[in-house]
Design a protein around this ligand. Structure first.
Ligand code: SF4
Ligand code: SF4
Length: 181
């Protein structure tokens, strides 16, 4: 033990330093909040409760039932049931998420090519029954209306990256384009 360490020990320097820090904080404004009375709004991009994006044109889900989100989900907690529509398009009959198994990785959001699923900033959904954590398509659409709605555009325009406009095609490469544009 060095002389310096010896004096630090016998004069309780570390304890005095700790006490002085405590005393210096006694009269400052507390940084803790009295949750749930005081709440801090979660930032856009917070990985909270899931929602399915509502297509404003149809009022139904924007999801096309491609299944990429379910395929990438490491918890295997997304279930999608589709059927064939009159024009041979896929109809999403059921879209379900077992929220209790989710690890909030947001891979589903990243994988979705249509921006059809999001994790909302809502985090206060503690409950007593397992069934309340089983999200159906209807509940997921409700979550969009309740917790994203107008904020949803900000989520995709200002927060979410990469955007489809970020992807460019190398010159000369054949690309698929819609016949109207
Ligand atoms: S956040 Fe991750 S674990 Fe949760 S549903 Fe999406 S992909 Fe699955
Ligand atoms: S990846 Fe997107 S469009 Fe495809 S099934 Fe999932 S939510 Fe629907």
């Amino acid at each position: 033990m060095t002389v310096q360490e010896f004096f630090r020990k016998i004069f309780f320097i570390e304890i005095l330093k700790g006490l002085s820090l405590t005393l210096s904080r006694l009269f400052t404004k507390p940084v803790t909040r009295r949750y749930p009375k005081q709440k801090r709004p979660a930032a856009l991009g917070f990985r909270g409760l899931h929602a399915l994006v509502r297509n404003p044109a149809t009022g139904d889900v924007k999801c096309v039932g491609c299944g990429l989100c379910a395929a990438i989900c490491p918890s295997r907690c997304i279930y999608i049931y589709t059927s064939e529509g009159p024009e041979h398009q896929k109809i999403v009959d059921r879209y379900e998420i077992e929220v209790l198994r989710c690890v909030y990785c947001a891979f589903c959001v990243e994988a979705c090519p249509f921006g059809a699923i999001v994790l909302t900033p809502h985090y206060e959904y503690a409950n007593y029954r397992r069934e309340d954590f089983y999200m159906t398509k209807e509940k997921l659409l409700e979550n969009w209306d309740k917790y994203m709605g107008d904020k949803g555009l900000d989520y995709f325009d200002k927060f979410w990256n990469p955007k489809s406009s970020h992807f460019t095609t190398p010159e000369g490469q054949a690309v698929w384009r819609h016949k109207d544009g």
